[in-house]
Design a protein around this ligand. Structure first.
Ligand code: SAM
Length: 234
């Protein structure tokens, strides 16, 4: 996806952009490309591919949620997808980037400084640890390509405010939906929405999954990671 195609596609998403935002995105790509040689942050490095599969893909979240003036935590953000891309196009968003890998957090710190992004926090912790201490705090939790849906729900939902929205970006989700109702009940979740579409140009399948929280999460969640992995929620 070249710059012109990128602009055409984000217009279809009704995203308002400025020249400055596009310049920041260019700079983000340049730094990602250079730092990737040191840190191995992403397998995708070709510019057109990064614009399609990381930058545009991150912005497709706007199909399902309104981002204006919200607080958002991106769980397992890696090199900043979708968190950094959303911050560039929605500067009023209050963004927290969470990742357990230190080298990714060092890279994110560099990006935030070089792009002069304000109101961005970077947390180098595991989600199941961070969510024990940071409850009912964010309007939106996002997570792209991180873990099975059940695991994501258990350690992400405690961080959400009541009436907040959890969003997962994945390729296919069908297998992950088995027995998910149990999680909805235990974690007070409702209004599941799933959108499936194909990425422009290369037509690979994408799924955006959304669910809303209607009540405070019981203190016993999340369980220890060993338990999350071993047994369904109880
Ligand atoms: N979201 C990014 C993207 O779409 O390119 C990164 C995806 S990468 C496959 C998964 C990331 O999640 C890694 O950076 C990893 O360190 C992080 N991660 C996995 N499990 C985590 C957990 N329990 N808590 C925090 N970060 C986690």
């Amino acid at each position: 996806m070249n710059k012109e195609q990128f602009i055409n596609e984000i217009k279809k998403l009704n995203i308002k952009y400025t020249e400055e935002m596009l310049q920041k995105l260019e700079k983000y790509y340049e730094i990602l490309y250079t730092e990737n040689k040191k840190y191995n942050l992403t397998a995708i490095t070709d510019k057109k591919e990064v614009f399609l599969k990381h930058f545009f893909d991150s912005l497709t979240i706007t199909k399902i949620v309104d981002l204006d003036n919200q607080s958002l935590i991106d769980v397992g953000t890696g090199a900043g997808f979708p968190g950094i891309v959303l911050k560039i196009f929605f500067p009023k968003l209050d963004v927290t980037l969470l990742d357990s890998t230190t080298k990714k957090c060092i890279f994110l710190t560099k990006i935030v400084e070089e792009l002069q992004l304000e109101k961005v926090k970077i947390i180098n912790k595991r989600a199941e640890v961070y969510s024990k201490e940071n409850r009912e705090k964010y309007d939106i939790v996002t997570s792209r390509a991180v873990a099975p849906l059940k695991h994501l729900l258990e350690y992400s939902i405690p961080m959400l405010k009541v009436n907040g929205t959890f969003i997962a970006l994945k390729s296919n989700i069908t297998d992950e939906m088995k027995n998910i109702d149990k999680y909805y009940k235990k974690l007070s979740l409702k209004n599941e929405t799933i959108i499936q579409f194909q990425l422009p140009s290369e037509n690979s399948l994408r799924t955006i999954y959304k669910v809303e929280k209607y009540n405070v999460t019981a203190k016993k969640y999340p369980r220890q990671y060993s338990q999350i992995k071993k047994n369904d929620i109880m």
